[in-house]
Design a protein around this ligand. Structure first.
Ligand code: IPM
Ligand code: MG
Length: 368
């Protein structure tokens, strides 16, 4: 009988509520497939700042490294919002754990559940059959470049008055582009064989290098895969205009962050988008959405993105492909029966079919 250690990082806001449903589902999978999951809980984000002063305490990093996989919920909230660059922010915990674990590949699959067609703001014929994955570079670019704020620089403000200057650096190394390109081409080979590489090569040097490197890797190693270059602004438009054209979308960190929120709306809600962050060691699984502080503690958050992230964990970290498919099937059945959380209901949803976080988790478990 196999046994896996999972490090649980609930974080802030709705984090504790949704991760509880993820664990519930994981335990149900364990029972069904004869696998034992053991858990270690640790602090990250705002709650970690409150308890230790650091958004990623050393103990948390150790627990993550010692585990077989990390399940994270969400970090952040108004309590820790500040524009003071010297104060710790919850998001720094997330960025630090991605960097420390070397999680350079972030997979964000956008899959449509037919029952939710009415929850999207797009027309049914536009979203019907959409099946794409965003491959986001996760440990480089603007997120990890040098930043600085200069104060009181004489003459920098209006009319020669003292002003401020702020700088963020967008930097990529060739090997960082090579390895994420390979991840995208590998993914495409298991899917429909098409990669859109997204950049801003009409303006940025990082994008020009990105484009060259992606093409070299393609021509040398993956000539069987179709490769299409697309500028990021055009991609933002194409994603809502005709999302079916996309199979694998590979892009740098910041573009990927923005495009994945947009792509989530094709499904009707950010509450449906799971993600896997992979590197050369322990992997991390988290919903693509945030900590939704406005609905925290109310028991109404949608746990599906978290539960789909559990599915990705089973697939990528534990090789339990059948169990992962089982989770998607269970969610599909629950949605087909008409059950909805508040974020994915529409005008046709009867009030008695609108359920809370715990009930949604229970329904999914019952279908497993
Ligand atoms: C995401 C989030 C994070 C990001 C934030 C919380 C730092 O938006 O995972 O997409 O920008 O990567
Ligand atoms: Mg984001």
């Amino acid at each position: 009988m196999s046994e896996f250690n999972v490090c649980l990082l609930a974080g802030d806001g709705i984090g504790p509520e949704i991760i509880a449903e993820g664990v519930k589902v994981l335990n149900a999978v364990g029972e069904k497939y004869g696998t034992t999951f053991k858990y270690t809980e640790a602090l990250i984000g705002g709650c970690a700042i409150d308890a230790t002063g650091s958004p990623l305490p050393e103990q948390t990093l150790e627990a993550a490294k010692a585990s077989d996989a990390v399940l994270l919920a969400a970090v952040g909230g108004p309590k820790w919002d500040t524009t003071d660059s010297t104060k710790p922010r919850p998001e720094q915990g997330l960025l630090a754990i991605r960097k420390e674990l070397g999680l350079y590949t972030n997979l964000r699959p956008v899959q449509i559940f037919n029952a939710l067609a009415g929850a999207s703001t797009l027309k049914p014929e536009v979203i019907d059959g959409v099946d794409l994955v965003i491959v986001r570079e996760l440990t480089g670019g603007l997120y990890f470049g040098q930043r600085n704020r200069y104060y009181d620089e004489p003459g920098a403000g209006a009319n020669g008055a003292p002003g401020q200057r702020a700088v963020d650096t967008l930097e990529y190394r060739e090997y960082e582009v090579e390895r994420i390109a390979r991840q995208a081409f590998e993914a495409a080979r298991t899917r429909r064989g098409r990669v859109h590489s997204i950049d801003k090569a009409n303006v940025l040097d990082t994008s020009r290098m990105w484009r060259e490197v992606v093409h070299r890797i393609h021509d040398q190693e993956y000539p069987d895969v179709e490769l299409i270059d697309m500028l990021v602004d055009n991609t933002a438009m194409q994603l809502i205009n005709w999302p079916k054209q996309f199979d694998v979308v590979v892009t740098e960190n910041m573009f990927g962050d923005i495009l994945s929120d947009e792509a989530a709306q094709i499904t009707g809600s950010l509450g449906m988008l799971a993600s896997a962050s992979l590197g050369d060691g322990v992997s991390l699984y988290e919903p693509s959405h945030g900590s939704a502080p406005d609905i925290a503690g109310k028991g109404i958050a949608n746990p599906i993105a978290q539960i789909l992230s559990v599915g990705m964990m089973l697939q990528y970290s534990f090789g339990m492909t059948e169990a992962a498919a089982d989770i998607t099937r269970a969610i599909t059945e629950v949605l087909d029966e008409g059950w909805r959380t508040g974020d994915i209901k529409d005008d046709t949803t009867p009030a008695e079919k609108v359920v809370g976080t715990v009930q949604m988790g229970d329904l999914i478990v019952s279908h497993l």
